[in-house]
Design a binder for this molecule. Structure first.
Ligand SMILES: N[C@@H](CCC(=O)N[C@@H](CS)C(=O)NCC(=O)O)C(=O)O
Length: 219
């Protein structure tokens, strides 16, 4: 058994699982992946020993259990990366934490109407609420890239937790055909070209659970 274990759901559906998984991969942290299929009769039974919330993701490190994607990313950065998960300047770090918290806690229409589904690729017209949310995400991406992105392809130049939190959004935008500004579209493509993101998506596409599961839930 490895020192660090990450419990995740189906790669095809579990947007929140993708965030800490990508952080660990991007920073070359050795970890064991424990995958539990969601929305099965025995899912709660399987998650119970790991997850106090009965949700994924969950990180297990020595005698510490951390659940909830953003808390896990914070823990990884603090305990395993000496803080390197966030930008180094306090101004950028504050901005990165703000946009990460915003995507984590807001965007109800996006999470409901355009769930992660790596296997799908079709246009799905957004509601007015979702259009407003897409415009807000476009503004976040464009503004971060313009103000802070000078030293790389990511929101704050080099890769950070903020990019992890927005990667599932990029996958959903691509799947359902979000209309974005040029800068936001370029950033989305950069995220999707990342080899670990490609790996997640291609593994998700190979999973066998039926697509109907995702529409029966709000995950
Ligand atoms: N706020 C949590 C949300 C976790 C969550 O909703 N996970 C979904 C999968 S992406 C889940 O475990 N769903 C199973 C269920 O709701 O029973 C986080 O950021 O980790």
């Amino acid at each position: 058994m490895k020192d660090i274990r990450l419990v995740i759901g189906n790669k095809n559906y579990s947007s929140w699982s993708m965030c800490p998984w990508l952080l660990l991969k991007m920073f070359d942290v050795d970890f064991e992946e424990i995958q539990i299929a969601l929305f099965q009769d025995n899912t709660a039974e399987k998650l119970g020993p790991y997850s106090p919330s009965l949700k994924v993701p969950v990180l297990l490190h020595q005698d510490t259990t951390v659940w909830d994607s953003l808390a896990i990313c914070e823990y990884i950065s603090e305990s395993l990366l000496a803080g390197a998960g966030w930008p180094t300047s306090s101004k950028r770090r504050a901005n990165a934490r703000s946009v990460s918290a915003e995507i984590h806690s807001e965007f109800v229409a996006l999470k409901k109407e355009w769930p992660l589904n790596c296997k799908a690729s079709y246009r799905l017209n957004p509601s007015n609420d979702l259009k407003n949310e897409i415009a807000r995400i476009d503004a976040i991406w464009s503004c971060c890239r313009r103000r802070f992105g000078e030293n790389g392809n990511y929101l704050y130049g080099r890769f950070s937790i903020a990019d992890c939190m927005f990667t599932p959004v990029a996958a959903c935008f691509e799947t359902y055909g979000a209309e974005l500004s040029k800068d936001a579209n370029t950033y989305m493509k950069n995220l999707l070209d990342n080899p670990f993101v490609q790996q997640w998506i291609s593994l998700g596409r190979k999973e066998k659970e039926p697509l109907s599961i995702v529409y029966a839930s709000s995950a």
